[in-house]
Design a protein around this ligand. Structure first.
Ligand code: FAD
Ligand code: DLZ
Ligand code: SF4
Length: 514
């Protein structure tokens, strides 16, 4: 039976469920570069280079492994521009008896796959994506009947299920979570690991030219593109992380330093999300580093929790909440993002650093995303849908299933507390504690009002004040409300006036993105 197997751009895994039992003798693998995918948001230019080059390399690797690969390039004059249009052309070329495909990673594309059987009158076998450790049904089974979906409990279940860091039925070290040993600020002078840089090969250079020609007006810079684009590159960065950085991962998980883009983070999310690395393999390798005495438990447990806990939990929430999750706006925020989110042109040093490195590399680490760019967007009352689009555009690892619950849920509290129990907001004091940014900034992090006051401070209290009706009863917000009410009337009024001035200036800076 002749089988056509479409492989999507985030399915770059040789053992994909759609290929696992296929016979290369009567299977055609279809890979297509299409305008629909390159254009559904204005992807960062490096994200486009990464995906298209990784797809081209993967197509070649499948060919070398004995598969027949039909690969359609973006600049093919007959390119139909969409997955469905290209499938129609491929059916005409190959006359398959059936289509087998691994499920899509997002609602938008899943709806296309669902329509194919009726549209083409061929059997379409849509298979589960078992690169994830928790299926949709398993997540629903865990979530059904719970009044609150707490990541920590989900994570314990995943530890039991995978056996990672378990001694018999008990967690290694007698505790599930070692976060209280983590989160130290990093200071200058520490030896900070560097991520590997991969020189673009001929395939990548050709894609860089294509992207410069067709998408030169998209966010980000192409210069200095240094991402790996093959499974071997990704594995090299993983090896590098386990040797150089894993041991410090826990201690410095939340630290930020000027000019240091990666610190002790793995920088593997783009490779995991597009299929070049297997998440369970990485967790097993991390555990082996602990068992061999080369990395401490707080680091290894923290790393494994991010992958089998947060990553799987976010995917579970995305599919459980449905396609209209994207529309939630619990705090009724409507402001446009300031135009400098697309240029980095701001005096606020923390934002300049986080946005600057994002435009330069299409990556920023978690605390930059959550407590700098995300925190600021939430404090100013930016529309969560606009914030979501920005994150989906600018990060190399951004696919809606993981980006949306992180942005709209965790970072913007748009779901009213489904992903996080309270909004991730802070004044400048948090950024000052966890970074060296404030020492390089023209603003004074200790001041709340006045021309030199750190804007985060007045905006933080203004956020607290304006959302008292929605957040005042939240037990985790008791402290800030108590502090706000203890301030004098004059101090409160001056703070809110300061915030109003900042917001007026921001609104005048325009929204360059949309
Ligand atoms: P590390 O710090 O080394 O962490 C190890 C691994 O854990 C990561 O590679 C990643 O696979 C996983 N991980 C860690 N935190 C999360 C999380 N919260 N959700 C899912 N997986 C996690 N991650 C994405 O993969 N894609 C996104 O589009 C994305 N958007 C985000 C948007 C916002 C507003 C925030 C706050 C976080 C977002 N994250 C996203 C989560 C996290 O910031 C990135 O996974 C991480 O920064 C990737 O860098 P790393 O590989 O060095 O991670
Ligand atoms: C993100 C992306 C981009 C930019 N381009 C393509 C492409 O041209 N062809 C392709 O197969 N996939 C691409 N992708 C990844 C897809 O958007 C991703 O596979 C779907 O979002 C999965 O639902
Ligand atoms: Fe950011 Fe405020 Fe610190 Fe400047 S002073 S770096 S704006 S937190």
């Amino acid at each position: 039976m002749k089988t056509l197997v479409p492989v999507l751009g985030d399915q770059l895994t040789p053992t994909l469920s759609s290929l696992r039992d296929a016979d290369p003798a009567d299977t055609v693998v279809l890979m297509v570069e299409v305008a629909e995918e390159t254009g559904y948001v204005r992807h960062h230019q490096q994200k486009l280079v990464y995906i298209l080059s990784a797809m081209r390399h993967h197509g070649e690797a499948l060919r070398e492994a004995g598969w027949t690969v039909d690969y359609v390039r973006l600049d093919d004059p007959d390119n139909a521009g969409s997955f469905t249009g290209e499938l129609a052309r491929a059916i005409a070329r190959h006359q398959p008896d059936r289509i087998v495909v691994t499920e899509a990673g997002e609602w938008r594309v899943a709806a296309m796959l669902d329509s194919w059987q009726t549209m083409f009158g061929l059997p379409v076998d849509i298979r589960a994506d078992d690169r994830f450790l928790c299926s949709h049904a398993e997540f629903d089974h865990w979530a059904d009947g719970r009044s609150q979906l707490t990541m920590e409990y989900f994570y314990r279940e995943m530890r039991r299920r995978t056996g990672l860091l378990m001694d018999g039925g008990k967690p290694v070290g007698e505790r599930w979570n070692f976060d209280k040993d983590n989160r130290k600020p990093a200071s200058g002078g520490l030896f900070v690991p560097k991520a590997l840089a991969f020189a673009p090969d001929a395939v990548t250079r050709e894609v860089i030219d294509l992207v410069a020609r067709r998408f030169g007006n998209h966010p980000g810079h192409l210069d200095g593109f240094a991402w790996g684009v093959t499974a071997a590159d990704a594995q090299a960065q993983a090896d590098h992380f386990f040797v150089q950085a894993l041991a410090g991962f826990g201690d410095y998980e939340d630290a930020m330093l000027t000019g240091e883009r990666h610190l002790w983070h793995s920088i593997l999310s783009p490779y995991i999300n597009s299929g070049l690395l297997d998440p369970l393999d990485l967790c097993r390798r991390a555990e082996a580093e602990y068992r061999a005495g080369r990395a401490p438990l707080n680091a290894v447990e923290g790393y494994i929790r991010q992958i089998i806990g947060w990553r799987e939990f976010m995917r579970g929430i995305y599919w459980r909440e449905g396609p209209d999750y994207v529309e939630r706006n619990f705090l009724d925020h409507r402001r446009a993002l300031p135009g400098w989110y697309w240029t980095g042109d701001t005096d606020m040093h923390c934002l300049k650093e986080a946005i600057g490195q994002t435009l330069a590399t299409a990556h920023a680490h978690h605390i930059q995303r959550l407590m700098v760019t995300g925190n600021f967007a939430l404090l100013i009352g930016a529309d969560p849908a606009a914030v979501h689009r920005w994150y989906l555009e600018v990060y190399l690892d951004a696919y809606e299933w993981v980006e949306l619950p992180n942005t709209l849920g965790m970072s913007q509290f748009g779901d009213g507390g489904l992903v996080g129990t309270k909004p991730y907001v802070s004044s400048g004091a948090y950024i000052d504690r966890m970074s060296d940014y404030c020492g390089h900034c023209r603003y004074d992090v200790k001041q709340r009002v006045g021309e030199n006051a750190c804007p985060f401070n007045a905006l933080y209290w203004d956020f607290i004040a304006r959302h008292e009706d929605r957040l005042g009863d939240n037990p985790r917000m008791r402290m800030p409300y108590r502090t706000w009410h203890r301030m004098s009337d004059t101090a409160r009024a001056a703070t809110r006036e300061q915030a109003a001035r900042i917001l007026t200036t921001l609104d005048a800076s325009g929204d360059a993105g949309y």
